[in-house]
Design a binder for this molecule. Structure first.
Ligand code: PMP
Length: 425
């Protein structure tokens, strides 16, 4: 028998580059709860990093997957296609924002969706430059990494990034960057660094995810759309983290009445199974020639079956409305703690894509405090994630299907953790 602890075995066997937020080894999970190998129960406000808007093992998702398992598990859609893939594309073409004809491709991860969106934008425009935002996160592949607007840990030691990628500041008024300043930075970029006629796309997270849960203001998103139209630049909405009811609408871009030309999706699309997609204007999506897009596992039938169930559940269980209701309760509870927890600098986020940011009296980011809250909450049985360029934000990604009693229990743990962390201060 191996006498090493599982944590030590993990350290010995797995490259350290794969970070780990907790030392909990999962044994089983159900909706918003996880049990570890020792039988200890946790409430899961990480949801596999925004993957489980419909909860762990939603019965509808599990039933759909089991049914698919009994039919076939893989043929590669490029070799022997299947109707469920086509039907899911039809469904996404209908619901992704944009009142125009659309087409879809399926891939496997968020990073791959981003890579493909850039490839498609380049093929469609015949241009190569791409603009992204500081603080943004778009994946760990080479183009995803280049587009990501945070150096440590994502780009450290990985050498030269793919060229023709530019960054401008994302508007976060809390940190002194107004939408006007972001737009001015874009115009300066066009004057100083890259001819807008060479820019294939601007990629935007409608609410920055890893970067700190900062929503892009509607006026800014509309101004970006206008600027893209003026210069023939395509707008890519990266909805990998914001999609599928998280923000209280099916997609975050629905809040702005602005349609991107291309939309990337992954995470909660398939409720725990690896599936990602790019949906966009039909003519743009058709720019790459046959064979230019795809991949062995892209649109694997298991993920596709799960995604059909996820879309049904979101509609039938009214998860957009529920996201708004739960998010309002969470923000209310956090607001009620402002006096007792002076480290709270901001509480924000549309729907149930909420976060709390911690600063010192003088406005310095308090990553230490965010981590302390996370640690104490974990000891009390609540799994939380931090985020933000400075690591001083706690983000909440609970399943939207979480039962009311468990949600209330989680709020009580959160309150206790915040108050206790502040008392140590
Ligand atoms: N885009 C965004 C907005 C994301 O949040 C993420 C993952 N956190 C990605 C892309 C990359 O997705 P994946 O980890 O599935 O490659």
């Amino acid at each position: 028998m191996n006498m090493m602890s599982l944590a030590d075995r993990k350290d010995a066997a797995i490259a350290r580059g794969v970070g780990m937020v907790t030392q909990i080894f999962a044994a089983r999970a159900e909706n918003a709860e996880i049990w570890d190998k020792e039988g200890r129960r946790y409430i899961d406000f990480a949801a596999g990093i925004a993957v489980l808007n419909t909860g762990h093992r939603h019965p509808r998702v599990i039933a759909a997957v089991k049914d698919q398992l009994d039919r076939f598990t893989h043929t590669c859609h490029q070799v022997v296609p299947y109707e469920t893939y086509v039907h899911l594309a039809e469904r996404l073409n209908r619901i992704v924002p944009g009142n125009f004809e659309k087409k879809t491709i399926f891939v496997t991860t968020g990073a791959e969706a981003v890579e493909n969106a850039v490839k498609i934008a380049r093929a469609a425009t015949g241009r190569s430059a791409v603009i992204a935002f500081s603080g943004g996160f778009h994946g760990r592949t080479f183009m995803g990494m280049a587009l990501t607007g945070k150096v440590a840990p994502y780009k450290l030691g990985f050498g030269a990034m793919p060229g023709d990628v530019f960054h401008v500041p994302f508007p976060v008024e809390l940190h002194g960057v107004t939408p006007e300043q972001s737009l001015a930075a874009l115009n300066k970029l066009f004057a100083a660094d890259v001819d807008p006629q060479r820019v294939a796309a601007i990629i935007l997270e409608p609410v920055q995810g890893e970067g700190g849960f900062y929503p892009a203001p509607t006026g800014f998103v509309r101004a970006l759309r206008a600027l893209c139209d003026r210069h023939g630049i395509l707008l890519i909405a990266d909805e990998v983290q914001t999609g599928f009811a998280r923000t209280g609408k099916m997609f975050a871009m629905d809040h702005h009445d602005v349609a991107a030309d291309l939309t990337t999706m992954a995470k909660s699309l398939a409720g725990g199974f690896p599936l990602a997609a790019v949906t966009g204007r039909a003519d743009i999506m058709d720019a790459p020639g046959p064979g230019g897009l795809g991949g062995t596992y892209g649109g694997n039938p298991i993920g596709i079956a799960a995604a059909h169930a996820v879309l049904d559940v979101i509609l039938e269980e009214g998860l957009c409305e529920r996201a708004n209701r739960l998010g309002a309760l969470l923000k209310q509870r956090l607001a009620s703690l402002r006096n007792r927890v002076p480290e709270i600098a901001d509480i924000r986020g549309p729907g149930f894509m909420n976060a709390v940011e911690f600063n010192s009296d003088s406005g310095q980011p308090r990553a230490d405090f965010a981590n302390r809250v996370r640690r104490i909450a974990l000891e009390k049985g609540l799994i939380l994630l931090t985020c933000g360029v400075h690591g001083n934000v706690i983000r909440f990604l609970s399943p939207i299907t979480i039962q009311d009693t468990i949600f209330n229990e989680a709020l009580d743990i959160l309150e206790a953790a915040l108050v206790e962390a502040s008392r140590v201060n």
